[in-house]
Design a binder for this molecule. Structure first.
Ligand SMILES: Cc1cc2nc3c(=O)[nH]c(=O)nc-3n(C[C@H](O)[C@H](O)[C@H](O)COP(=O)(O)OP(=O)(O)OC[C@H]3O[C@@H](n4cnc5c(N)ncnc54)[C@H](O)[C@@H]3O)c2cc1C
Ligand SMILES: NC(=O)c1ccc[n+]([C@@H]2O[C@H](COP(=O)([O-])OP(=O)(O)OC[C@H]3O[C@@H](n4cnc5c(N)ncnc54)[C@H](OP(=O)(O)O)[C@@H]3O)[C@@H](O)[C@H]2O)c1
Ligand code: HEM
Length: 482
């Protein structure tokens, strides 16, 4: 183990470190690690260091008061005492308190300071680590460990990411801290110079970056359908004197989720079709897709998973209110001599529509399961493409049948124009119908064979005098984002 810390010998003499380690009760060869600050992060980090065999000294302004919060084996002391000797120093205080540490400037000189801080918002001009380096020019600052939460440090890393990103202007110091990260059970990633700390500090501030586009599309679609259903079911009827407001929570929401589910599914498969047409138009695959098509293509997984989410909610809500009082026309019924209506079993339309809804949901779940990274990795490219592309189109086809059969018997003019709008099942059939039509066009032998050739590298002949733009040839945009 001692060898791991030899890269640090610019700043720390190995002989001193080993003797200290033995004295402080850690595993032989482990250097003593100092932590400045005794807050949440310090406590969790100290616990992890002790469990990994490192002697730990915590420097606090009030050691007597704070010592009881630490695991046994951690030496909670004054800042000056914690900094005695040659040690790696974690700076576990907030950025605004860095100037207060300048009282210990001399004691920190020649040491490696590991900046673990996070921001609440981006300081684009200068990272916290660069700021720390400017305050302590005689120390070597390394950025790292900020992507771990106090909770993940103390909970034994179960479930969280093990990657920590390390950067410093000093190669030896960076390597030393990377070894330390490894010894604590993390996977260090070398991010190069300290300037990269700006990027590292931005990582915890990002919130689901790959989901932004898909979530925006989902929100827009959901709101549009909600307002549409609200108008048809509640507002229009209220204007006619019928109060249906009590049906907003389940009926209106159910229809909203149903419309959102099928539309999001279309939004998964539309960009692929646009890509085909773009390639046919360009006569080459070595050209960037227009506008936001690239981004849209890369959001298909998230769009698909949101469609699955909407479908599950729709199916659950449907089953909760599944009864003849809600779906009378899907059940056989007889009128008794006294004039009462008695409902029997489901009619063909009821059974067929439920079958296709269930099949659609079941197959979509298969797509969802196959997108789990460990399952994706266990499939070869052909298997993945079969599930995602072929089964995916089948899901859409089943959803269309489910929707069309549900509305089959009311495809009449009055239903079309009641409340000056068309019924939801009619509205939600328009986009899928256009999409299927476009798909059929791409499958026509004359179109398909040309697409095939383009995807194998064939290019339409360029006019002799045509100037090739700098963006050609380019790498093909990935059509499958794993
Ligand atoms: C629940 C769920 C989970 C999902 N998870 C993922 C995921 O993990 N990863 C992911 O990338 N996507 C995922 N998706 C999105 C989607 O299933 C995939 O992106 C899928 O591969 C898209 O298929 P495609 O046929 O449109 O696209 P592509 O395979 O990209 O094809 C684009 C278009 O080109 C056409 N085409 C291809 N070759 C030819 C040819 N020779 N001639 C004519 N036309 C041709 C295809 O028919 C298609 O229309 C998920 C979707 C859902 C619903
Ligand atoms: N909590 C997390 O999950 C987490 C995750 C990643 C990164 N971080 C980073 O770790 C650092 C510490 O976070 P934390 O959650 O542990 O914060 P915290 O609980 O507020 O602790 C900060 C510590 O700084 C010390 N301190 C406060 N004011 C000071 C001053 N004026 N001068 C000197 N020291 C002072 C205090 O220790 P003493 O009273 O003992 O001196 C205090 O306990 C922050 O930079 C944070 O961004 C935290
Ligand atoms: C177990 C699975 C499913 C069940 C039990 C089910 C049930 C229902 C019910 C009861 C309705 C009538 C809703 C109403 O008008 O009140 C309906 C309509 C609809 N469903 Fe499903 N469904 C299922 C799966 C799906 C899936 C996977 C999709 C799409 C991806 C979908 C899309 C639709 C659409 C678009 C409508 C028409 C909306 C309307 O006009 O009300 N359904 N479904």
């Amino acid at each position: 183990m001692a060898a791991n810390y030899q890269t640090f010998d610019n700043c720390v003499q190995m002989s001193t470190v080993s003797v200290e380690a033995d004295r402080d009760g850690g595993e032989p060869g482990r250097p003593t690690v100092a932590i400045l600050g005794s807050g949440d992060y310090s406590r969790s980090l100290a616990g992890r260091l002790v469990r990994s065999g490192f002697p730990v000294a915590v420097g606090s302004r009030k050691p007597d008061r704070n010592a009881r919060f630490f695991t046994q084996g951690v030496d909670v002391t004054t800042r000056q005492a914690a900094l005695a000797g040659d040690r790696l120093v974690f700076v576990a205080v907030h950025r605004e308190n860095y100037p207060a540490l300048q009282a210990d400037r001399e004691a920190l000189a020649g040491k490696i300071l590991i900046d673990v801080s996070n921001n609440t918002q981006l300081h684009e001009a200068e990272s916290n680590a660069e700021y720390l380096a400017s305050l302590f020019p005689d120390s070597t600052v390394v950025k790292g460990f900020n992507v771990l939460s106090a909770w993940s440090l103390s909970s034994g890393l179960v479930g969280g990411s093990k990657e920590v990103f390390i950067s410093s202007d000093d190669d030896n110091a960076r390597k030393t801290v990377m070894h330390l990260a490894q010894d604590l059970g993390f996977a260090p990633v070398d991010y190069g110079s300290l300037r990269a700390a700006r990027e590292i500090e931005a990582i915890p501030l990002r919130l689901l970056p790959s989901w932004h586009l898909a979530l925006k599309m989902f929100s827009c679609v959901f709101v549009i359908f909600f307002l549409y259903c609200l108008y048809r079911i509640v507002i229009f009827r209220a204007l006619q004197g019928t109060n249906q407001a009590s049906h907003i929570p389940v009926s209106v929401m159910n229809m909203t989720f149903a419309g959102t589910a099928i539309t999001m599914l279309c939004l998964v498969y539309i960009p692929g079709i646009f890509a085909v047409f773009a390639q046919l138009y360009n006569g080459t695959k070595y050209k960037r897709f227009p506008g936001g098509l690239d981004k849209w293509m890369l959001a298909r997984k998230q769009l698909g998973l949101l469609s699955l989410l909407a479908s599950v909610v729709h199916a659950v809500l449907s089953l909760m209110i599944w009864s003849p009082s809600y779906y009378a026309r899907l059940f056989e019924n007889t009128v008794t001599p006294s004039g009462e209506v008695e409902y029997g079993k489901l009619r063909w339309s009821g059974e067929t529509f439920l079958l296709f809804g269930t099949l659609s949901l079941f197959l979509m779940t298969v797509l969802g399961v196959s997108s789990i990274p460990s399952i994706t990795n266990a499939m070869n490219w052909r298997e993945f493409n079969f599930v995602q592309s072929k089964l995916g189109w089948l899901v859409l086809l089943f959803a269309i049948v489910h929707n069309a059969v549900y509305g089959a018997e009311v495809f009449t003019l009055p239903a079309l124009f009641s409340s000056y709008t068309i019924a939801l099942f009619q509205l939600t059939l328009i986009l899928p119908a256009i999409l299927i039509l476009m798909k059929v066009v791409t499958l026509l032998p004359c179109v398909s064979s040309r697409v095939d050739r383009i995807r194998r590298g064939w290019e339409r002949e360029k006019p002799a005098n045509r100037v090739v733009t700098p963006e050609e040839p380019q790498e093909e945009t990935s059509l499958i984002s794993a």
